[in-house]
Ligand binder design. Structure first.
Ligand SMILES: Cc1cc2nc3c(=O)[nH]c(=O)nc-3n(C[C@H](O)[C@H](O)[C@H](O)COP(=O)(O)OP(=O)(O)OC[C@H]3O[C@@H](n4cnc5c(N)ncnc54)[C@H](O)[C@@H]3O)c2cc1C
Length: 433
């Protein structure tokens, strides 16, 4: 028996029969073979930052924390091979000395490279795909305990394995295509919700990384335009104090105080949201890419996020706005809107289509169910595809219609995990048994 596991958002828990932390590929193979003999399931886990039960198991839990760091680098081609348990926050220390960086990142860097890529973690930017699109190779221990090397010479297999929800095997190494280190100029400000929605396509194409946050019950949004610059452009970052005030104090200390008040007095939410919008800062600074992409999120929340075809974004956001007022919901956390390029990965939320991402959040002590169910119904009407690591209740019948390559993925899964060593109830629901 091992200790009970809980995820970051406190939405899921489980008690694995056995938890191990292998130090070698051979130990991973042994665990998989042992599981097959004893009828247990196997689940590797990363940083437990998924909001869903995708990483839950009552079988053998593989803690990847001993398989971390750089395996090898090909600086000339901008490629690094990493142990799969490497966290994103460890990457600058590995990539900076090589003059390299990740092409794009999401909001935080707490995840492991395997957990983030397996669930389709993404940032924003129409010229770039999610993190998994940077994978050019990986090593996988299959359901038969075999070690399989996958690279671009078999593009279809790579398109299946790079983003596979942990359903094909235990990934032990990942090779990433990186880009030369770069700076980001961040321009943050406010705009009218109507204007942003009316011009969404143009705004999304106007800069390398566009996103906006809309606080429900207000007419204005926070906009973020990030532009990629060469290192020669020079850093002009806010002082440590200004950064602390804007990011740590506002995003965490103040936010936590505010959401706790709002939970007790939900009627105060519209007023407080308008106040927060009114005092939002306008910032223009340039810093190393990973420092601009990443924020520290300590206030626990629950999240649901869907990709929709890019052109559907304004309609879907307006539908959410109408739904919130129709249902008389009081929503404290902002709605986050991002975008990504179309890609070829079989289970990517941007598979075969240029995508917009709409994310909704609720403080973890609030009841999220009605809000998330209503948002899911809206997203479904636009062909929404939920982030695999964020909350939703859709199943394989829906996904078979939504993902052009769903059948191809199922065939790869039958080949690599024929005895279903890597299943759990979440995978049974979203992929079928
Ligand atoms: C505060 C916060 C902010 C976030 N921001 C973003 C964001 O900006 N963009 C975004 O897209 N997502 C975001 N997410 C979601 C998050 O990136 C993903 O859910 C991701 O899974 C987390 O990575 P992890 O290491 O915690 O994976 P875990 O949750 O630990 O695991 C996820 C899945 O990966 C599998 N897995 C892990 N390691 C391996 C391996 N070695 N081999 C095979 N399978 C493996 C697990 O079995 C499980 O199925 C955020 C989450 C939080 C809590």
């Amino acid at each position: 028996m091992s200790a009970t596991w809980r995820n970051w958002a406190r939405t899921e828990r489980c008690t694995p029969a056995l938890s191990i932390a292998p130090k070698t590929v051979e130990q991973v193979q042994l665990a998989v073979r042992r599981a097959a003999e004893t009828g247990h399931g196997v689940k590797p886990i990363g940083a437990s930052h998924s909001f869903t039960a995708i990483g839950a198991t009552d079988g053998i839990r593989i803690d990847m924390s001993n398989l971390r760091g750089l395996v090898s680098a090909d600086a000339g081609r901008g490629r690094v091979t990493l142990w799969a348990g490497t966290h994103l926050w460890e990457l600058p220390g590995i990539l900076d000395p090589l003059g390299l960086a990740l092409a794009n990142m999401g909001d935080i860097d707490r995840q492991t490279i395997s957990g983030a890529t397996q669930t389709g973690t993404h940032g924003t930017g129409l010229g770039l795909g999610g993190l998994a699109t940077a994978i050019v190779g990986l090593t996988l221990v299959t359901g038969e305990g075999e070690v399989l090397e996958i690279d671009e010479s078999d593009r279809d297999l790579l398109d299946a394995a790079a983003l596979s929800l942990g359903a094909l095997g235990v990934i032990v190494t990942i090779t990433l295509q990186c880009v030369p280190s770069f700076l980001l100029r961040a321009q943050e400000g406010t705009a009218q919700l109507r204007e942003v929605l009316d011009n969404y396509d143009e705004l999304a194409r106007s800069t390398d990384h566009f996103e906006f946050f809309w606080f429900p019950h207000t007419d204005t949004v926070r906009t973020k335009f990030n532009t990629r610059l060469p290192e020669s452009a020079g850093i002009s970052a806010p002082s440590a104090f200004a950064r602390w005030l804007d990011e740590e104090f506002v995003n965490n200390t103040l936010l936590e105080a505010v959401v706790n008040v709002e939970r007790v007095v939900p009627r105060s939410i519209p007023t407080i949201n308008r106040l927060i919008n009114g005092v939002s800062s306008v910032r223009d600074y340039t810093d190393r890419s990973y420092r601009v992409f990443i924020t520290n999120r300590r206030v626990r929340f629950r999240e649901s996020e869907f990709s929709v075809p890019l052109e559907a974004v304004p309609h879907a956001v307006r539908d959410i706005e109408h739904m919130i007022s129709r249902k008389r919901l009081n929503i404290s956390f902002p709605i986050e809107v991002r975008n990504a390029a179309s890609d070829s990965l079989m289970l990517s939320t941007a598979s075969g289509r240029e995508s917009g991402y709409i994310a909704v959040h609720r403080f973890y002590k609030e009841d999220h169910r009605l809000y998330f169910a209503e948002v899911q119904a809206i997203m479904r009407s636009y062909g929404g595809r939920p982030h695999w690591g964020k909350m939703h209740s859709l199943d394989s019948a829906y996904f078979a219609d939504q993902y052009p390559r769903f059948g191809e993925f199922a065939a790869v899964r039958d080949r690599l995990d024929p005895h279903r060593i890597f299943v759990n109830p979440y995978l049974d629901r979203v992929l079928g048994a």
